[in-house]
Every structure is written in C-alpha cells, then in structure tokens.
Design a protein around this ligand. Structure first.
Ligand SMILES: Nc1nc2c(ncn2[C@@H]2O[C@H](COP(=O)(O)OP(=O)(O)OP(=O)(O)O)[C@@H](O)[C@H]2O)c(=O)[nH]1
Ligand SMILES: [Mg+2]
Length: 320
C-alpha cells in the first residue's frame, strides 16, 4: 500500500476487515467516488492471487462446481474469494432463473468471501467493475479469486479480460449450442470442464472436445485439458483443480503471465480513455451546430448517415 496516506478503508481491507471489504465492493459497484482512493491505495497489493473464471451456458453447474471447489480448497487451508456475476434480465432487471444454486459456506469461516453482482445488462460495466472487485479480493489477501459468469456472448469476453485461467463449463449433449459457442469458446478456454458426468454421454462429449482441441491453434507447451466432473457424485474435482494449477504453472513457465497481464492492462487503460473520450465527444457533438445542420439533411433524405458522419468527423479533425 502507498504509505500513510492510504485511506483507513484500504488499511482495514488489508488487515482482513470483511465489512470494510464489503463496503468497498459496494462503492465500486455503484461507481461512488470513495472507491477511487481505495482502489488506488490497494493497487500495489494486487496481481498476486490467481483469478480463475468459470463461464459457460446457463445451468451447466458453474455455481455448483465453484461451491465444491471452495470446499476442496478450504480443506487444504487456502482462502477463497468468489464473485458471481448474476445474469439479470435486460427487460425486468430481475434474475432469469428462480432456482439458482446458492453458495453455501460456514457462517464463521473468514477464509471464504462470496459476493454476487448484478450484470444489469451493462456489458462493458461488468468487465470494469468485476475486475476491480477481483482486485479488492486480491488485496484483501485471498489466495484465490473465483469468478462465475454466464457464457452469453459478451459477458464471457469480460472473463477473458479479467481471469488468469478461464474454465469453460459444458455438459453432455449440448448439441447445437456447442456448435454456435465453439468459435468463441476456443478463444476463451484454458480448461474445458464437462460437468454432469453422472448423466449419459459425457465420454462422447469429452471425445468431441478433444477432437476440437486437436483442430484448434496448437501450442507446443500447452494443450487445453478436458476434465469430466460431477458435483453430484462428486467426481473429477481434484482433476479440475489440477488442470487449473497446471495452466497457472504454464503461465509462469512460459512468460505468458506477464504478456497476458500487459495485454489486459493495456486494454483496460485504453478502454477507460476511450469511454471518457466517447462520452465527452458525444456531449460536444450534440451541441454542435454542424451536426444539427447535417441532421436536417439526413432527415430530408438528401444526405445519408454515413456521409454525414464522415463530414462531421473530417470537419472536426480539420478544426483541431
Ligand atoms: N446431474 C447433475 N446435475 C448437476 C450437477 N451439477 C449441478 N447440477 C444441477 O444443475 C442445475 C444448475 O446448477 P447451477 O450450479 O446453478 O448451474 P449454473 O451454471 O451456476 O447456473 P446459472 O448460474 O443459472 O447459469 C442445478 O439443478 C444443479 O443441481 C451434476 O454434476 N450433475
Ligand atoms: Mg450460477
């Protein structure tokens, strides 16, 4: 932490004060200004815990797996912070599913911290806030941070920008869904997990994925493991965690940890600047007389929107 000027909340978080942690997370989620000095002071204390993302279609068992893994990790004495990004309906703002698995933990166990965050349909926002909440958990000293997101297009892109290891969870007989997800999933997966292996067809699903992995981009040093698990029996959990650890070990061995981190941080900083420039520009353009003039023509169908945008852009850059 950066010296004596660190805000008391930041010092409390590092000391292991869970209430201070929870309050800081809320501040980050709400975009409150008090989050700023806390995040700034804690940044030097981050970048230490592996951040393991779990993504995949609705209902494949991501929460159940995380729950089981937390038990497994706690038995070996490791502390775990968990963030679940809730899929909330963009229409009602409510949760999509009624009977979602609740994370369970012993009430007196300070070694686990669960937090669920509403995605609120704000895709870019999910990535930004989730990343900062993960940093708070990291700074609070948890050995591992696990993040659950739903694999619905853009949200799992968020996991790509946050996690050091990404586990893509699937189930037997996904059929068409796997076909459509395939391209995107391969960009994301460091580990494949075929959950619900107590159901028929999981060996076949594992074989299909093996074939896909063998067709995908080849890395000499790292081959995407495909693990079968069941949270019911339970089985495969040790193997799943071993696969995560082998990916983390690969990151260190290959230097990928540093390159990956540089890429993620570059993307974060560029994204923040782009957001601000975008907001500022939109506000200025709305006041711009040229835009109103161009819109008159576009409405009258004497000019098309592309050409109007081009003129506006050229006009502005010429003035600079
Ligand atoms: N047969 C079987 N069912 C499972 C297994 N793991 C989870 N389930 C069930 O699958 C359903 C969904 O489990 P969740 O853990 O909520 O799945 P999820 O992927 O977190 O779901 P969302 O967050 O809503 O996308 C529940 O009814 C679980 O009981 C498993 O290993 N085998
Ligand atoms: Mg879930």
């Amino acid at each position: 932490m950066t010296g004596v000027r660190a805000p008391p909340a930041a010092r409390a978080i590092v000391r292991g004060d869970r209430r201070a942690l929870a309050r800081a997370i809320t501040a980050v989620e709400n975009g409150s200004p008090e989050a700023d000095p806390i995040l700034r002071a804690l940044y030097p204390n981050t970048g230490r815990a592996p951040i393991v993302g779990f993504t995949g279609p609705l209902g494949v068992g991501k929460s159940s797996l995380i729950n089981a893994l937390v038990g497994h990790l706690r038995e070996s004495g490791r502390t775990v912070g968990v963030i679940a990004v809730d899929p909330s309906s963009p229409f009602s703002g409510g949760s999509v599913l009624g009977d979602r698995i609740r994370f369970s933990r012993r009430a007196d166990d300070d070694g686990v911290f669960f937090r669920s965050m509403a995605s609120r349909g704000a895709v870019g926002g999910v990535a930004g806030t989730t990343r900062e909440v993960a940093r708070l958990l990291d700074a609070a000293g948890f050995d591992l941070v696990l993040v659950e997101t739903v694999g619905s297009g853009q949200v799992d892109i968020a996991i790509r920008d946050i996690a050091t290891t990404r586990v893509v969870v699937l189930v037997p007989h996904l059929g068409d869904e796997v076909q459509t997800l395939k391209a995107g999933l391969f960009e994301i997966a460091d580990v494949f997990c075929v959950n619900k292996s107590d159901l028929p067809g999981s060996e076949a699903a594992q074989r299909d994925l093996m074939e896909l992995v063998s067709l995908g981009p080849k890395h000499a040093e790292y081959r995407i493991p495909i693990v079968r698990t069941s949270t019911f029996q339970p089985s495969g959990l040790t193997e799943l965690w071993a696969a995560v650890e082998s990916h983390e070990a690969y990151l260190d061995r290959s230097g990928e940890r540093t390159t990956g981190e540089r890429a993620r941080l570059t993307q974060e900083i560029v994204g923040r600047v782009r957001d601000r420039v975008g907001v500022e520009l939109a506000a200025r353009l709305e006041r711009d007389a040229t835009l109103r003039h161009l819109i008159d023509q576009v409405v009258a169908r004497t000019l098309d929107p592309r050409s109007a945008a081009e003129r506006l852009y050229r006009g502005r850059s010429a003035r600079r």
